[in-house]
Design a protein around this ligand. Structure first.
Ligand SMILES: [Zn+2]
Length: 109
């Protein structure tokens, strides 16, 4: 694990809480405002370890997609880790694009 991940794990409760304003799931497009949750990476490269969560760099997902990413299948087939990681990262990209376009996140002005 890179040293920068061992030193500081980024935490931002306010950022995670913005999930409630997401208009839909950033993976499947389903759900509606108020139903999304801020989901964390399950990759060791992103700081995940045991019961320790990765950085607060979320994807806003519905409960079904959160389960899918976390490997809770609910009777569905378990996707390979690489596919779950790919889906998560694409959802992170969509989440952050929505955060910036919606004005919920100001990076520079
Ligand atoms: Zn979904």
């Amino acid at each position: 694990m890179p040293a920068y991940l061992k030193q500081i794990t980024y935490r931002n409760r306010a950022l995670l809480d913005l999930a409630r304003f997401a208009p839909h799931c950033m993976n499947c497009g389903g759900g509606c405002e108020g139903e999304m949750v801020g989901c964390h990476s399950n990759s060791l490269q992103h700081g995940k370890g045991g019961s320790y969560k990765a950085h607060d760099i979320p994807a806003f997902l519905c409960g079904s997609c959160h389960d899918l990413i976390d490997g809770r299948t609910g009777g569905r087939g378990l996707l390979p880790r690489e596919e779950r990681d790919r889906i998560f990262l694409e959802a992170v990209y969509k989440t952050w694009l929505w955060l910036m376009e919606s004005g919920r996140l100001e990076i520079a002005s």
